[in-house]
Design a protein around this ligand. Sequence first.
Ligand code: ACO
Length: 324
Amino acid sequence: MGQIQLLGCGHACPAHAIDNQQLEKIIDTSDEWIVQRTGIHSRYVASAEETTSVLAARAARQAITAAGIDKKEIRLLIVATLSGDQPMPSTACLVQERLGMMDQSIMAFDLNAACSGFLYALQCACAMLEEGACALVIGAENLSKIIDWSDRGTCILFGDGAGAALIRRSEQGKRIWHFAQSKGDPKRVLDIPGKTLSDVPCVNVEESYRYLHMDGREVFRFAVGAMEESIHRVLEKSPYALDDVDLIIPHQANIRILASVARHMKLPMERFYVNLDRFGNTSAASVPIALSQASEEGRLHEGMKLLLVGFGGGLTYAASLIEL
Ligand code: ACO
């Protein structure tokens, strides 16, 4: 728990989107199958120029503008990603440079907890921030570069984008509670064995090792239990009950996963913010993009209780409960 103010949010999408009809032309699939099994209609795909750090910096600029602060107040910059521009420098340092923040006292680093990454980063930022200081917490991905576009079991699901949140530790802030856990993944149900970016030459690895591999059914089973557990565990740390939560912003993986969680927890779907129909699964970017869109749509109000929850490769899962 801590005194944290959510000052502003932002997000960035690539210029180009691919809808299900376009996918029908490159793999053996149908719009009907994809919509019924996943709820996804379209996803953004980045060009070579729209790298993870480019998208992250665009989202960050929007968050800084929304927060109305001087960027010199930022002391911490964390980018959650599994598809950073390059192994080194970190994507966070590239974003620092793109934002022109080279001459200020700032700690910038990347964090990889797959689709739970933004929630892990938020928890780290809250723990590390000193009184009065601000942090930029970003989730950004270029998953299209690590997807096998001939594998219909995965390429229909994922998209590119970035989301950012600007927070400050302050006595005027509100309370925030976190839960995060990881399990290991002995069966490697979510796995990218080789280098992450397709333009990095892989040494001694087969071509397919570059790509994301997934056991969809196992991930589905894990996801439903992990989201429920995360919601219960973060609520247990707070004085609130499930009924007190005004809006749940979940990791946007599959509408059937969210419907199962809603059914098990006896929650109406309206309590969940959903934008996966237009974005697909953007991994670490999914929760902050949804947070930023919810904010733009006027869905966030002072006094409300907001619950962010996610799961991902690792296997990881996490939740944060925020008083706005
Ligand atoms: N189009 C048409 N048919 C397809 C497609 C497709 N795109 N993909 C698979 N199929 C076929 C399969 O080949 C199979 O055919 P068969 O019965 O003849 O063998 C049939 O559809 C059923 O396949 P399943 O894999 O059992 O389908 P399922 O209902 O489980 O849906 C899906 C697959 C959508 C991947 C689902 O399992 C899922 O969403 N799992 C969770 C994935 C997820 O959330 N991943 C994100 C992880 S987060 C991170 O950290 C990256």
